[in-house]
Every structure is written in structure tokens, then in C-alpha cells.
Ligand binder design. Structure first.
Ligand SMILES: Nc1ncnc2c1ncn2[C@@H]1O[C@H](COP(=O)(O)OP(=O)(O)OP(=O)(O)O)[C@@H](O)[C@H]1O
Ligand SMILES: [Mg+2]
Length: 506
């Protein structure tokens, strides 16, 4: 039976998933041009290591260079081979342990491929690591047009969006008058010199520039969100003292997953959302998209975000189609043709299942349908992360279910979805639930199936009661630190563990 291996490559702040199918038997990683994965660094071998699938077993083999390959907690010797399992860590650095590795390859998954796979999986597999050597090409054109060297599919990208040129021994980034901007290190730029290690953002795509090469993860629908020790501290209006309304949240939301955020009223759900959207940023900690800190990059990341607040802002006396067309004209690149705008509006209408309602006035829609129009407006901008604050409050139970189904569908096809809800009846449709206790404390983050056992209740509604009691809240805060979800995050961001240790000592 065929299988494939998924690796998470972490290099400083950048993280990329790659999937290697078992159909090809050998993958070489190293400095030499013959490698399938060329690693541009001097201190490693031409072929530093290989990964191969032999008789259904994935193996790591050292390439025999003078530099050892780090495997979990030791160096393997020249030519040595070890079987790979999920959780295994491969590193390249010569001087230390797992925490000092500059680049690591973590085995995320090994799975069979000839079974029917769900939409989520197919989407995740479509991301592939790409490189374009600017020194060779001299000019690399990025945009929506067919003549571009790197063609991006989003309507938010202009036909000729930006270019990277190599001249007189240095590299320059030029914005070509794009509608939605080219960002370098979080700042919108017209023309800028590119330094080694630069991060370039255009709508829906991030590029890392090192050694004259643009590296990017070919368009992957959803982004991941990582929160590490996130706090929001406000001045308490009653006492004047500092008050945490988001209290040290650490969690990782996988790309193309559907996560539901629940908790009693006033537990800080909306506050946590606005930390992520940046509308009211956190006062301490890190919010990362695809492993890149959003602080200082906020403008650049706005392009990937869709946010539907609780109150709909819509023109009641327009039809669904008119309203969406207006929004599309604002959001889509100005050089889009009428046909392109029409197609984008039609796609958005179809995505939220409002086909047949194009000519209906917004004022004649039901509450649930209006919500769908709000979501469609966000979809026009091809968000890679969609955030919804209580889209179903005040809706009837059947509409709640269909909204949850819609979110699930969107997460599988288009983006990562994070939604706040009070309604627990359809939570089995989400991938993960985050449960907050009073005071903005994350008490559970995991699969919906595990919820009642974790809290030792038979009725989900009893959890709300438990999470009003400060002692229980502290108990569950600590319990979360023992879960697989938290430990997976710690493997990437050790700072989360230090904070957890401090909490457990108190
Ligand atoms: N300046 C402040 N002083 C005291 N408390 C504050 C202040 N600002 C916010 N809060 C409190 O922070 C908490 C978090 O508010 P938030 O709106 O995020 O909660 P929520 O979980 O979204 O609630 P709901 O379910 O009602 O929408 C609330 O209890 C609110 O009263
Ligand atoms: Mg709220």
C-alpha cells in the first residue's frame, strides 16, 4: 500500500509543510544541485541526508558527509539509517541539541494514500515548496497575469503586481502600481533594496528571500495561527488596577481547520478574536500567521484576513448581487475586468449557497441569509483566515446547523475558520474546540469528542458551570498544559513551556 510522509520544516520563524509521496523512492536533502531539496548553507554535505520509502517503511539515512545529521537526540553516523515515525526530528546543526538547531525537519504524519481522503487533506497536500533564483533570471515578475514568472491566482493581486530584479550586484523589489500593495518586512514599499533574509508579502502569498533566491510555499488555501503566551491587560474600570481579559493563551490552529471558540458570557472570546485580527492587539505575547509574527507585519497580513463582526454592515436596499459587486470593486485589484468581477461575485455567492437569491433585496433576506452575505463579502477578498464572532446568535437551531456546515465546507476548500458561538448543539462539525473560563483562561483545546471526558461531565452545558469557579479554572488551565495539542505547540515554540512551568509553580 502506498504511503506519504509530511514534514514540517522550521527555519527561524518560517515554517513550511511538505508532503513527499512514496511513489518516488529517494529524496535527497543537501547543498548539491542534484538534490530534490537544495539547502543553501555552507556547513553541510552535498547530500546531507536522504529520506526514502522502502517496503512501506520511511527511513532517514545520513549522506556520509563530514557533518553529522541530528536525529531526535543524537547524531547518526555516516551512512547510518533509522526508521522514521511521526514526531521524529531531523536537524543539521553541529553544535548542540534540538533547541539550538537553526533548521529542523519534523515528521508530522505518515499516512496511506490509496484510501479515500477528505477535502482537508487534499488541500493541505497542494502546498509545495518552490524556489526561484533571481540571479539566474535577473527579473522575476509576480502577478495575476499569465505572462508572470510567479503567477498568483487571487483577484486581489494585480496583473503585474511587483518584480524582483538583480542589477549591479544587488537585488531590488519594485511595486508595479498594484492596488493592494507590496510589503517588505511589514512596510508597504514602492522600491526597496532586498537584504538577505527579507520577508515579502503580497496578497495571499509570502516570500522569503535568501541568497538571491525567492522561497515560497505554493498557494495553500488556509493559514495556520499560532498564539504564544498571549495577554490582553486593560485598566479595570472599577478598580483602576491592571486586569487580564486574555490570560496567557497558547494554542496552534492548523491550516484549513475549523475551530470553534466557546465560553460563558464575558470570558474574553471577542477579546481573543481581536488579538488575532489586530483590531485591538494583544498587550504581551505573540500572534503568528504561518509561523511569522504579525507584530510589525500587521498591514501585510490584513490581506489574508476576513473578519465578520457581530453586527452586519450592509445596505438593505441593494440586492445581494449589487451589494457584493460594490464590495468586489473595492477589494479586487483595480485592473480586474468586468468579467473577472462578475466571476468573483458568482463564486462568492456559490460558496455560501445563496444561488438563486442574487436579485433578492438584502432587506428581504432572513437573518441567516444576511450572515451569509456578510461572509460572502469577506470571501471576495480570498481570505486565508476567516474569523466570525457569533454568526449564529439569534438564529433558529436549523440555521445554526447550516452555518456550522458552511464553515466546515469553507475550511475544507478555502481557508482556516475560527468562529465564536454559544450554541453547543452542532460542535461535532468542527475540528477543534477552544473552551475559555472566566478571566480569559484557556481551559480546553482539542477535538470535540474529547470534551465531556476531559471535564468529567455527561452534559456539555455543565462545563460552563465548572468554568465559573476560579479553582476549577486553574485546575483546567494546568490540565491543558499536559495535552498533546499543547505539547505539539511547545515543540515549535519552547517559550510556551516556560510560561506553563511558571503557572504550575504558582
Ligand atoms: N476596562 C475593563 N474593565 C473591566 N473589565 C473589562 C474591561 N474591558 C473589558 N472587560 C471585561 O472583559 C471581559 C471580556 O470581554 P469580551 O467581550 O471579550 O467577552 P466575550 O466572551 O466575548 O463575551 P460575550 O459572550 O458576552 O460576547 C468581559 O467580562 C468584560 O466585562
Ligand atoms: Mg463577545
Amino acid at each position: 500500500m502506498a504511503s506519504e510522509i509530511v514534514l514540517l520544516i522550521t527555519e527561524r520563524r518560517s515554517r513550511q509543510h511538505i508532503t513527499l509521496p512514496g511513489t518516488k523512492t529517494l529524496y535527497r536533502f543537501g547543498r548539491g544541485p542534484q538534490c530534490e531539496y537544495v539547502l543553501r548553507r555552507n556547513n553541510i554535505g552535498d547530500v546531507q541526508f536522504t529520506i526514502s520509502c522502502e517496503n512501506d517503511v520511511w527511513r532517514l539515512r545520513d549522506g556520509g558527509s563530514t557533518v553529522g545529521t541530528w536525529y531526535n537526540n543524537r547524531y547518526i553516523h555516516a551512512g547510518e539509517s533509522c526508521p522514521l515515525q511521526p514526531g521524529d526530528l531531523i536537524g543539521l546543526d553541529t553544535n548542540g541539541d534540538a533547541s539550538t538547531q537553526e533548521i529542523t525537519f519534523r515528521v508530522e504524519d505518515i499516512r496511506k494514500t490509496d484510501t479515500e481522503t477528505g477535502g482537508v487533506r487534499r488541500e493541505r497536500e497542494s502546498g509545495a515548496l518552490r524556489e526561484v533564483d533571481v540571479r539566474k533570471k535577473r527579473r522575476v515578475l509576480i502577478g495575476r497575469g499569465e505572462d508572470c514568472d510567479i503567477q498568483l491566482t487571487s483577484d486581489r493581486v494585480s496583473r503585474h503586481h511587483c518584480e524582483v530584479v538583480y542589477k549591479n550586484g544587488h537585488f531590488e523589489l519594485h511595486d508595479l502600481g498594484s492596488t493592494n500593495g507590496t510589503y517588505l518586512g511589514g512596510e508597504r514599499v514602492r522600491t526597496a533594496v532586498l537584504e538577505n533574509g527579507a520577508v515579502i508579502n503580497v496578497p495571499t502569498q509570502v516570500f522569503a528571500f535568501t541568497g538571491g533566491v525567492l522561497h515560497y510555499n505554493e498557494y495553500q488555501a488556509g493559514i495556520s495561527v499560532e498564539l504564544v503566551n498571549v495577554y490582553k491587560t486593560v485598566k479595570n474600570r472599577n478598580t483602576g488596577k491592571p486586569l487580564n481579559i486574555v490570560d496567557g493563551t497558547s494554542m496552534a490552529i492548523a491550516p484549513n481547520s475549523f475551530v470553534v471558540l466557546v465560553g460563558g458570557s464575558g470570558t474574553g472570546k471577542s477579546s481573543l478574536l481581536t488579538c488575532i485580527t489586530g483590531t485591538a492587539p494583544c498587550t504581551a505575547g505573540q500572534v503568528m500567521f504561518d509561523g511569522i509574527d504579525t507584530k510589525g507585519n500587521r498591514n501585510a497580513f490584513d490581506a489574508v484576513l476576513g473578519y465578520v463582526p457581530q453586527q452586519d454592515i450592509m445596505h438593505d436596499n441593494l440586492t445581494v448581487e449589487q451589494s457584493l459587486t460594490f464590495t468586489a470593486r473595492l477589494r479586487i485589484a483595480h485592473d480586474a475586468t468586468r468579467a473577472e468581477i462578475k466571476a468573483a461575485v458568482a463564486r462568492a455567492i456559490e460558496a455560501v449557497d445563496l444561488g438563486g437569491r442574487e436579485k433578492t433585496l438584502i432587506s428581504n433576506l432572513s437573518g441567516g441569509q444576511k450572515k451569509r452575505v456578510s461572509i460572502a463579502m469577506e470571501l471576495l477578498a480570498s481570505p486565508r483566515l476567516l474569523i466570525l464572532d457569533e454568526p449564529t446568535s439569534g438564529l433558529s437551531p436549523d440555521l445554526d446547523r447550516s452555518m456550522m456546515e458552511l464553515c466546515r465546507k469553507l475550511s475544507q476548500e478555502n481557508c482556516t475558520v475560527l468562529m465564536v458561538t454559544h450554541n453547543m448543539s452542532n460542535i461535532n462539525l468542527c475540528d477543534k474546540i477552544a473552551f475559555l473560563g472566566v478571566g480569559g483562561v484557556l481551559c480546553y483545546y482539542g477535538a470535540p469528542e474529547g470534551l465531556n471526558d476531559y471535564f468529567d461531565v455527561s452534559l456539555t452545558s455543565d462545563i460552563f458551570e465548572k468554568l465559573r469557579d476560579p479553582e476549577q479554572i486553574e485546575e483546567y488551565r494546568k490540565k491543558y498544559f499536559t495535552t498533546a495539542e499543547f505539547n505539539d505547540l511547545v515543540a515549535q515554540f519552547p517559550a510556551a513551556a516556560q510560561e506553563a512551568d511558571k503557572r504550575c509553580k504558582n
